[in-house]
Design a protein around this ligand. Structure first.
Ligand SMILES: Nc1nc2c(ncn2[C@@H]2O[C@H](COP(=O)(O)OP(=O)(O)O)[C@@H](O)[C@H]2O)c(=O)[nH]1
Ligand SMILES: [Mg+2]
Length: 252
């Protein structure tokens, strides 16, 4: 069973992309299933096969522990780890070829507390891969781009998974797309754009971070997609095939 964790900032399109990848595999005759790990989500653009909300209920946590919504969300995310055996049993029962794992809306609750990395490491799955979503609508400046790339790298350090980086919402960003792709492939163009945006300490900090990130190839192969128009999906499908199927494409 191959598994794909969808990660990225809140609202970057994780849940919608989960549904798109599910449709892609299903359309091509593969057996895909979805695990929702977001305890706080109200509506999802897909039907999940396994749902953490069956095990952890944010509203009951608020009542039982007299917590506000934020405190309850933190506790709910922490509690997911204690449900790992139940979740694993459900995964084994469904036993798909591809398990798509939609992660909590707030990446910091999943990536930076103990339970997220614990689950990623201890769920018994083969060929774990992560897709990190760069929210196209958030990358308005070169410095914002570097800050999200820093987050993507930091999440990669937490999960230690092979990661495919995608840029979402390209249907909303028009001509900015060309600029972002240029930043992601051309270090000197990005540095020059940063120097036009900021100076002094912020310039020094941003370019120092950028150089270290670039060494790790942070945004190499950033794949632009739209979850609304489906533009770029074919490139993501090829990247998934290369990463998890060792080059063997799912039949079209
Ligand atoms: N225009 C556009 N909207 C998108 C795209 N991807 C997601 N959205 C919208 O952005 C909002 C957040 O998406 P969602 O999948 O819930 O993000 P999540 O918090 O990362 O799971 C929803 O209203 C989606 O319909 C995209 O590629 N283009
Ligand atoms: Mg979501």
């Amino acid at each position: 069973m191959k598994s794909i964790f969808l990660t990225g900032t809140a609202g970057s399109g994780k849940s919608l992309l989960t549904s798109k990848i599910y449709e892609y595999y299903t359309r091509n005759g593969a057996f895909a299933a979805i695990l929702n790990l977001d305890p706080g989500v109200e509506t999802l653009p897909y039907t999940c096969d396994i749902d953490v909300r069956d095990h952890v209920d944010v509203v009951s946590i608020m009542k039982q522990y007299d917590l506000g919504p934020n405190g309850a969300m933190i506790m709910a995310n922490d509690l997911i780890a204690s449900k790992i055996d139940d979740i694993q049993n459900q995964i084994n029962d469904v036993n798909p070829d591809y398990l798509l794992i939609d992660t909590p809306g707030q990446i910091e609750l999943f990536a930076y507390r103990i339970s997220g990395p614990f689950l990623v490491q201890n769920l018994n799955l083969e060929e774990k891969t992560s897709i990190f979503l760069f929210d196209g609508a958030l990358i308005t400046t070169p410095v914002n781009f570097v800050s999200i790339a820093l987050l993507a790298t930091s999440v990669k350090l937490r999960f230690k998974l092979p990661t495919i980086n995608v840029l979402t919402k390209i249907d909303l960003i028009g001509g900015k797309l060309k600029e972002i792709l240029n930043w992601s492939t051309n270090l000197s163009a990005l540095e020059s754009a940063i120097s036009k945006e900021v100076d002094g300490e912020t310039y020094t900090l941003t370019t120092t971070i950028l150089r270290s990130l670039n060494l790790g190839g942070f945004a190499q192969g950033l794949i632009p997609i739209s979850n609304v128009t489906d533009e770029g999906m074919v490139n993501l499908q090829s990247a998934l095939s290369r990463t998890i199927n060792l080059g063997e494409e799912v039949e079209d």
